[in-house]
Design a protein around this ligand. Structure first.
Ligand code: SF4
Length: 439
């Protein structure tokens, strides 16, 4: 029996998917939503942008800010997706839905946060074409205040995803409150037992755990992933990671306490507010003075800071340079038992910039968004060249500048998480004051 409802499958930014299925797609959130609806007897198909018009309701799952661009690219030039011609209703949601301004004309409802208790009612409203009134839903194209819906209870049913893997939810959110991290401020922690250790999606062969947890853990790790999230102790302490220089050394030496090679991808946040070359040099010298007994290879993966929405750092400014992509594979330190290199996968300033544009978008952003998605000069070429084209042709101030804490002109003031605004502002004010005195 053909369904009235379908999930849209659209090509991600760089890779074109071969067919209209979710095969090979690890979009677990979308698969869970599909499962919720099907358990209520509502069958959900998949569709492509060009086949969406054979359904009444099309669901769109945005997993990251970049998906907002991918979605726009796929639908914005299709006549049947224009609001005045559109015969189907579009529901957008997912972790990547933070600021719907750029795509407000290509969807009818935006669901923020956890869908479990909302999606059935929302889909019923969409089938009748009526507005859906809920604290966590916007009836587009109007941009109205919304609260990110939280998990009331973990999803009880396992869900199959690519290559017969199975996902069973064991926690949501993170109990650590790193001040830059959207995840911890947007998703209230449920089902956690202490530290953040994620083996479910990474696979047991490459566990991901906090630096402190890694120091305490025992046994050979082989390949592992952890995070320090700041070049210096000053930066880490300011923005929520209580990892001292001694902790960095202890972690590296713990990795090297077992025979054979150990490779650790160390996630770092670069271009933090107030970061200087001295902060960077501190990490390089701390690495150099670590003395693991056996060989350790550190791959330092630096992602430039962005002022993520609903975090205490949402009002901070953005620094596009240095370009950490340029340092890919360059050696930080090399000795018999320790080699540290910069990751080849570090993000370049252009994709950093466009992600900030998507998060701080307003009605002023429409032309810029069109250009990023369709202007031929911006579809290829080096990151620096494309960044310069945008800087020359558009006023980027609203995306890059620092705002006063609680500024009513802040572009995404419509969005709140589960922490009330007054508390968030208090944390932000203290942090900014501490930052002023720390340098
Ligand atoms: S950065 Fe990692 S440890 Fe910190 S709050 Fe986010 S998920 Fe948790």
């Amino acid at each position: 029996m053909k369904s009235d409802i379908a999930f849209l499958v659209f090509a991600p930014l760089k890779k074109k998917r071969k067919n209209d299925s979710f095969d090979g797609n690890d979009n677990i959130g979308a698969l869970v939503v599909k499962d919720i609806l099907e358990r209520k007897g509502i069958v959900v198909d998949f569709c492509a942008p060009e086949t969406a018009c054979s359904y009444h309701v099309v669901l769109v799952s945005l997993t990251s800010t970049y998906d907002v661009y991918s979605f726009f690219r796929q639908v914005a030039r299709r006549p049947e997706w224009q609001r005045k011609h559109r015969k189907f209703k579009v529901v957008i949601g997912g972790f990547g839905l933070q600021n719907p301004y750029p795509i407000r004309n290509y969807a009818d409802y935006a669901l923020f946060g956890r869908a479990d208790d909302i999606i059935e009612g929302l889909v019923s409203a969409a089938l009748t074409g009526k507005p859906y009134i809920h604290d966590s839903v916007m009836n587009l194209p109007d941009i109205t205040p919304v609260k990110i819906a939280q998990t009331q209870k973990l999803y009880a049913h396992p869900c199959k995803f690519s290559e017969n893997k199975e996902f069973k939810e064991s926690f949501v959110g993170c109990p650590n409150k790193c001040k830059f991290c959207h995840y911890t401020w947007a998703r209230e922690n449920k089902g956690h037992h202490g530290e953040y250790v994620n083996q479910t999606l990474a696979g047991a062969s490459s566990p991901e755990m906090t630096w402190k947890e890694m120091i305490k853990s025992e046994g050979k790790l082989g390949r592992t992933r952890s995070a320090i999230d700041g070049f210096s102790q000053r930066i880490r302490f300011l923005f929520g990671k209580r990892i001292s220089c001694d902790d960095v050394t202890a972690g590296i030496e713990r990795l090297g306490a077992y025979e054979g090679n150990t490779v650790c991808i160390v996630y770092n946040v670069s271009n933090m507010p107030t970061e200087t070359e001295d902060d960077r040099q501190e990490l390089y010298s701390v690495i150099a003075r670590s003395q693991p007994e056996n060989r350790v290879i550190i791959v330092l993966h630096s992602t430039p800071f962005r002022p993520s929405l609903v975090t205490p750092m949402q009002w901070e400014g953005v620094t596009l340079m240095p370009n950490w992509n340029k340092y890919g594979a360059s050696v930080i330190y090399d000795s018999d038992n320790l080699r540290a290199v910069h990751s080849t996968g570090n993000e370049a300033p252009y994709s950093h910039l466009i992600s900030v544009i998507a998060e701080r978008a307003t009605t002023e952003t429409d032309k810029l968004f069109q250009a990023i998605c369709f202007n031929p000069k911006l579809q290829s070429g080096t990151a620096i060249r494309r960044m310069k084209i945008l800087q020359r042709n558009f006023n980027l101030h609203q995306y890059l500048r620092q705002y006063d804490i609680g500024d009513p002109d802040y572009p995404a003031s419509f969005l709140t998480g589960y922490i009330n605004q007054t508390s968030l502002m208090r944390i932000a004010q203290k942090m900014r004051k501490d930052a002023e005195y720390s340098n």
